[in-house]
Design a protein around this ligand. Structure first.
Ligand code: NZQ
Ligand code: ZN
Length: 394
């Protein structure tokens, strides 16, 4: 068990009609001018944006708007947002959307409070010294950015992107409005991508060869079982309020640090590899994770067999009879079958991408380099290992 700091300062307004609390939450922040930041159209179509605009007016704040955030949010729009906020004197950013919108809002918030190029923070060349305050109205349960310390941005380069994250407690949102009903309009594919991402945020922390803590393991296992059960319910009942609510709250708890307390920081290799894939092929983050996980698990489980055994028994419900390794493998097979059940890809062919040998070599080098040469805890991976996993994921 390791020492830890747990910092989760976000005020959460959760439940039906929680948007009605938005005006009060904005007033509390004493915001004078709010940037309303949103995505490609879902929030406008559902009528949510007009509710949010009214709330900002009710709070007595001025308003500027910047929509058009794409999944895998782009640096170019972040730069546009920074200029707009400076020109308009924006002092609070309100993200209405999912991880992409929230992460773009966080990057803009860094950009308006720090000198120089905001991309430096994502390349790890500098650490942000400040971040403008931001709030969230969440429309998809997935990335957990509504409570996390993280922002992931893609920089356009040639025909592809370089996707990089920046972690700092400074960017944790001041508040998050979370109404599960707002997720009813999600396409089934995005719901499943979200459930996969939520699971992976806890799995990355769970598969560790570093310290562990029973309370953290038990919370993590409860969260994983809950997400698996409710993801299955949503396959046939997408408007099941309780299932939407379980998943939405799990999304926030899975990435606010709770399920990593006392461990060594977790593995994060699947995320590192996925960021290379969505950088190159612009796929949905959750689907990319699903396509990599089976090949990763197969490659590393013998080095972390006790954790995979525990996962098999406590999360996937495998009967604990037979060898430790055999049970661990059954857990991997059961989780892979679950991914298929919720229509997630379990390899690159199913994801619809066909990376060339050259692209695989590039992604492996880039992933290792972004992590300082090696990545992982369940098994420490170097570029050659990542290349093997990528090849096995075809
Ligand atoms: O743009 P609109 O029209 O809103 O459509 C979005 C988008 O196409 C749609 N959508 C969202 N809410 C909807 C809806 N459609 C209908 N009804 C609704 N209620 O869903 C699509 C995906 O949205 P996006 O925000 O991209 O999804 P997600 O929350 O999965 O975010 C993914 C991004 O977050 C990053 C990922 O890498 C990716 O860039 N991550 C951020 C993390 C963090 N900041 O802590 C951690 C994660 O590991 C992840 O890396
Ligand atoms: Zn993720």
């Amino acid at each position: 068990m390791y020492d830890f700091t747990y910092f989760a300062p976000t005020e959460v307004a959760f439940g039906r009609n929680s948007e009605s609390k938005l005006a009060g939450l904005i007033s509390k922040q004493r915001a004078k001018k709010v940037l309303l930041h949103y995505g490609g159209g879902s929030a406008e179509r559902s009528g949510l944006l007009s509710v949010v605009r009214s709330a900002v007016r009710e709070a007595g704040a001025g308003m500027a708007e910047l929509g058009g955030v794409k999944p895998n949010p782009r640096l170019s729009l972040v730069r546009e947002g920074v200029e707009l906020c400076r020109r308009e004197g924006v002092d609070f950013i309100l993200a209405v959307g999912g991880g992409s919108v929230i992460d773009s809002a966080k990057a803009i918030a860094y950009g308006i409070t720090n000198e120089g190029d905001v991309w430096d923070f994502y390349e790890g060349r500098r650490t942000p010294a400040a971040c403008a305050p931001l709030g969230v109205v969440l429309t998809i349960a997935a990335a957990g950015s509504e409570m996390s310390n993280s922002s992931v941005i893609s920089k356009e380069e040639g025909g592809a992107f370089i996707k990089r994250g920046c972690n700092s407690n400074l960017c944790r949102p001041r508040f998050a409005v979370m109404n599960p009903e707002l997720t009813y309009t999600l396409p089934a594919y995005q719901t499943s991508c979200g459930c996969t991402d939520i699971l992976m945020h806890t799995m990355e922390r769970y598969f560790t060869s570093g310290g562990t803590m029973e309370i953290t393991d038990s919370l993590a296992e409860g969260l994983m079982r809950t997400v698996i059960a409710n993801a299955r319910i949503l396959m046939s009942k997408p408007r099941d309020y309780d299932a939407r609510a379980e998943i939405m709250w799990a999304g926030a708890l899975s990435h606010n640090g709770l399920t990593g307390c006392g461990n060594d920081g977790g593995d994060w290799a699947v995320h590192g590899i996925e960021h290379e894939i969505s950088g190159l092929f612009d796929v949905s983050h959750g689907a990319g994770l699903a396509a990599v996980w089976p090949a990763w698990a197969e490659y590393v489980y013998k080095d972390c067999v006790k954790r995979f055994h525990r996962f098999a028994v406590h999360v996937m419900g495998i009967r604990p009879s037979g060898t430790c390794e055999g049970i661990a493998r059954k857990g991997i097979e059961a989780f892979t079958a679950f991914l298929r059940d919720i229509n997630m890809p379990t390899n690159f062919a199913e994801l619809g991408v066909a990376p060339t040998d050259e692209q695989i070599a590039f992604m492996a080098e880039s992933c290792a380099a972004a992590a300082g040469g090696k990545k992982g805890s369940a098994k420490v991976l170097y570029a050659a290992d990542i290349k093997n996993i990528l090849q096995n994921a075809r």
